[in-house]
Design a protein around this ligand. Structure first.
Ligand SMILES: NC(=O)c1ccc[n+]([C@@H]2O[C@H](COP(=O)([O-])OP(=O)(O)OC[C@H]3O[C@@H](n4cnc5c(N)ncnc54)[C@H](O)[C@@H]3O)[C@@H](O)[C@H]2O)c1
Length: 363
């Protein structure tokens, strides 16, 4: 199987690359990424891209059609990947997360690629009262990030897909250790707070609901989408990916972390304005369609894995919320140093031609 992953050099990509190498040892896997966070390695002594056969540096907005020739599958991870970045780079978020992503999927299907897997997000449910959201419930995207995911899904759903199988995986919020750890994700942030300062500051009043998934279970879901039988769910499928018992209130996550790092204090901001993003999600469809790829990691294992990973890195940065562990801060630093322009394109001094270049790893 020949697979191309866009956006493989972020948080999920390294965990996915390792997983695919393990479960599909003979697959030829190509990475395609602009490498915005390529230098943000955390606690690894081996470049995660070594698990791939080939790494190409490039922008999905300039994706060369020739890369689609002979591919069996495209996995689309490349995105401006959270709400704060979507606020700061609203137009670019639309161009990358929707424009480029939808266009690559369309060209892939036209070129005869049989599988397209899109990393979508449960954040499209926005503020949702009245029980866990099902795939058929109304969407309520509140941010540029969430709107971009809805637009891409709509575009994928319309593709002429005679021979292709397309899957939008509406992922819960990720957590867990990675070779490019992000600390701008709720559970990761809490564990980093506890390890570095002995104190968790919850920025909201703690009541919002958030479904979570450990990053290795995301990789397992992508593996399923690469292989799934179209008789199960149809040639195009949008499915919530997570588990019912992983729907948590933010304050419960903070308490679970505090219990795992003895002596940790939890500060909840009772005066915070209500967080508009609160949703519980129904994962029964995923349970029915993917019985062999259900999430396996427990919340305790996810927390322990983060504590262990951070301690191995000697992590002590009490100011990490303004460090390069936050995706937005990295982009801002690239712009301040004139490495990237405001459109998030590399400047010639860093990457001639905007960064399109190829490196082969292994064979
Ligand atoms: N992390 C989560 O909680 C979560 C939850 C649901 C869905 N997702 C989706 O999963 C995907 C991966 O998330 P992540 O946490 O690894 O994010 P990340 O920000 O760590 O990684 C995104 C990757 O995309 C690349 N990228 C961004 N713009 C690009 C461009 N123009 N051209 C080429 N590459 C580009 C970046 O360089 C980066 O390596 C994203 O689509 C995200 O929306 C993530």
């Amino acid at each position: 199987m020949k697979i191309l992953i866009t956006g493989n050099m972020g948080y999920i990509g390294p965990v996915l690359s390792r997983h695919l190498r393990k479960v599909m040892p003979d697959a030829y896997v190509i990475g395609y990424d602009s490498a915005y966070f390529g230098h943000c390695l955390t606690g690894t002594s081996v470049a995660p891209e070594l698990h791939l056969n080939e790494q190409i540096f490039g922008d999905v907005r300039d994706f060369p059609d020739r890369l689609l020739q002979g591919l069996d599958a495209v996995i689309e991870l490349a995105a401006i990947s959270n709400d704060p970045m979507g606020v700061k780079f609203e137009q670019v978020t639309g161009e990358i997360n929707y424009g480029a992503c939808a266009s690559i999927a369309e060209k892939a299907v036209r070129a005869g690629v049989k599988r397209v897997v899109f990393a979508s997000s449960c954040s499209m449910y926005g503020f949702a009262e009245g029980g866990p959201r099902k795939e058929t419930d109304a969407l309520n995207p509140l941010t540029a990030y969430a709107r971009s995911k809805v637009a891409t899904e709509q575009s994928l759903a319309k593709l002429d897909r005679d021979a292709a199988v397309l899957t939008s995986l509406r992922f819960s919020t990720a957590c867990g250790m990675s070779d490019r750890l992000r600390l701008d994700l709720v559970l990761n942030d809490f564990v980093a707070c506890a390890v570095a300062t002995g104190e968790i500051t919850v920025l909201s009043d703690g009541t919002p609901w958030r479904p979570l998934i450990e990053v290795r279970d995301m990789a397992r879901a992508i593996e399923w989408a690469l292989m799934r039988d179209p008789a199960q769910g149809g040639r195009y499928l949008a499915v919530n990916v997570g588990a019912d018992h992983w729907n948590y209130q933010v304050k419960d996550l903070a308490e679970a972390v505090a219990q795992s790092v003895p002596g940790t204090k939890v500060n909840i901001n009772l005066a915070a304005p209500p967080d508009k993003r609160s949703y519980r999600v129904d994962f029964s469809l995923y349970r029915r369609l993917a019985p062999d790829h259900q999430p396996q990691v427990t919340l305790q294992q996810a927390i322990d894995g983060l504590i262990d990973g951070l301690r191995r890195m000697n992590f002590r940065d009490a100011q990490f919320r303004s460090s390069q562990a936050m995706r937005l801060k990295v982009l801002e630093a690239h712009i301040a140093e004139q490495r990237l322009d405001e459109q998030l394109r590399w400047q010639a001094a860093v990457a001639p031609g905007g960064g399109a270049g190829a490196a082969k790893a292994g064979g």
